[in-house]
Design a protein around this ligand. Structure first.
Ligand code: 15L
Length: 272
């Protein structure tokens, strides 16, 4: 079986590559940046916004993991083109190729302006209504909406992962709550690849300080094994205890909610 991964050269793609390798599985790695393929890998250079390139990339693939796009805030035109239009192009190509299973990288920033303590048990529920914190977060809301449409209209099985913080290890006190370990990320993707229907799940490890529900992720077969708490003593010694009043801890999206990301300042930074 052949798995197409878009954005394969990015942070999450790079962490997933070795972890998704399986006997009898070929990983087709698609990215703007050239990739040196390893054993049982194929590399394709191209843009998710290019319908011809995507049509070729999905040819012969059995499932798609769509990670491609900007992973941080950018001016609206960039987000619109790469994240929003790019996801449409990927789903169109998948549908036309008869691909049944698609996993879409959403993000916690689709709902980042929700207060962290908005629910009784301190854990944000599954299918929390969108409350994006950035244009990037808006694009992830649209990613989820497109996934929903392609499920309902065309019958694709689509699972959207509202990923927390997927890095090798947690790096500050917020990430003690939001960390998705690379191994758990691979477990979640494997579960999503076989899930039927349409789902939106939080992508987070079973962290002691977790602030998102894992119920829906568990319902599709995800069995997380990691907990960021092992890193707590070191990170708290370095950064201090989490301050519940600070933006990093008061809102689900943390510092993505900060005014430095307002459009005028973004324009100053990116020059458009
Ligand atoms: C994201 O969606 C980003 O892509 C990633 O770089 C992290 O910043 C993450 O969210 C997070 O919330 O920690």
């Amino acid at each position: 079986m052949r798995l197409l991964i878009t954005g394969a050269a990015g942070g999450v793609g790079t962490l997933l590559r070795p972890r998704l390798a399986r006997e009898g599985r070929i990983l087709r790695l698609f990215d703007l940046a050239p990739i040196e393929p390893g054993p049982a890998e194929e590399a394709v250079t191209g843009s998710v916004t290019d319908p011809d390139a995507m049509a070729k990339a999905v040819d012969g693939a059995d499932a798609v993991i769509h990670l491609g796009g900007h992973s941080l805030e950018r001016p609206w035109a960039d987000i619109l083109d790469t994240n929003i239009n790019g996801t449409y192009v990927v789903l169109e190509a998948a549908r036309k190729a008869g691909i049944e299973h698609v996993v879409l990288a959403s993000s916690n920033h689709a709902a980042g302006f929700h207060p962290r303590n908005g629910s009784a048990d301190g854990q944000a529920p599954d299918y929390l209504f969108p409350r994006p914190d950035t244009y990037y977060g808006v694009s992830k809301v649209v990613v989820e909406a497109l996934g929903s449409l392609y499920h309902d209209r065309y019958g694709l099985d689509v699972t959207c992962l509202r990923i927390g913080t997927c890095f090798e290890r947690p790096h500050d006190v917020r990430t003690l709550s939001t960390w998705l370990s690379p191994d758990d990320c691979a477990r979640l993707v494997e579960a999503a690849l076989t899930a039927e229907g349409f789902h939106v799940v939080w992508g987070v490890s079973d962290n002691t300080r977790r602030w998102w529900s894992l119920d829906e992720a568990r319902s599709i077969g995800f069995q997380p094994r990691d907990d960021a708490e092992a890193y707590a003593p070191g990170l708290i010694a370095e950064f201090g205890e989490p301050d519940p009043a600070s933006m990093a801890h008061a809102l689900l999206g943390g510092t993505f909610c900060r005014p430095e990301l307002d459009v005028d300042r973004l324009t100053e930074r990116f020059g458009r």
